[in-house]
Design a protein around this ligand. Sequence first.
Ligand SMILES: Nc1nc2c(ncn2[C@@H]2O[C@H](COP(=O)(O)OP(=O)(O)O)[C@@H](O)[C@H]2O)c(=O)[nH]1
Ligand SMILES: [Mg+2]
Ligand SMILES: [Zn+2]
Length: 319
Amino acid sequence: MKRRAQSSEDSLDTWVERVLRKDERALAQATDRVEGLIISVSRRSAIAETERGLRKVKLMGRPAVVGDSVTLAILSDEEAMVVEVAPRRTKLSRPDVDDADREQVIVANIDIVVIVVSVGTPPLHPRLIDRYLVAIQQGEAEPLIYVNKIDLLKAESELDVLNPYRNLGIPVITGSAKAPGVDVELLDALKGKMCAFVGHSGVGKSSIVNKLKPDAGLETGSVSEGYGRGTHTTTASSLHRLDDGTTLIDTPGIRSFGLRALEGAQITSYFPEFEQFDCKFNDCTHTHEPKCGVVAALESGDLEKVRYEAYCRLREELE
Ligand SMILES: Nc1nc2c(ncn2[C@@H]2O[C@H](COP(=O)(O)OP(=O)(O)O)[C@@H](O)[C@H]2O)c(=O)[nH]1
Ligand SMILES: [Mg+2]
Ligand SMILES: [Zn+2]
């Protein structure tokens, strides 16, 4: 009898199953448990800090991210496996690149998400800020906008696009990782908190972390000429502690940042300033309805145009 040729997909499934079974066996044999904090995650491996030192961690189908508190099964002096990930106090996540219905958590248990943007190259993208703000609110962390590369600023007016965020009460700090001396304003704003640095590649996230924590030794990259885009120098997330109790987390750059699925009504809750305006209809989408208080406020100047536009863009994308 002829053997049926296996499709490559079949053999891949079999292989994955075999690897998982082997991991499950190893896990069943390892009875020694220890609590840990994930301090670094790259595509291939993770590192956890435990009371028994640093351990290389096999994630084993239990995705853990930097900032996660985990229970580990000790496999050897170097290696451990994640048995359980503790519930996350806060998180920053986005839809999985391959499957928009799946959530991809970027970092966990952070207090502040520092959205790093830069003047010059890459240029300021208010649209990316809007998307981050929604995701940060969903994940229950606090936002802070850091405008880096202020040394490249040609005119003060370049910073006007940030006024709507300032008016919303979101802290906006400007500075430069290239300037001498530490950025006292930034340090004060982050003091004692768990902080993740996010934003486009090339805006200077790793440079800022290096400056605040010189022995972090993070690699920094060049911004490719022409496109003004950063190359992906940082491929891992990593956690660094300052002496004053502040924790900094560097994350890889991203080119786009999706949002987890949102209901139309939920979007509105991410624009809290809309609530003060009365609309004729309770379920007003503030787009085409008559007697819409939001549109009226926009026309009278009581509502920032940039915010209304951000709202409309998000609605379009999420519908
Ligand atoms: N002119 C200027 N360049 C900066 C500043 N901060 C970072 N850079 C440069 O921008 C490039 C990207 O920095 P990097 O920290 O790797 O960005 P990341 O991808 O966000 O981590 C590097 O060439 C840095 O030297 C700054 O404040 N001013
Ligand atoms: Mg980097
Ligand atoms: Zn309305």
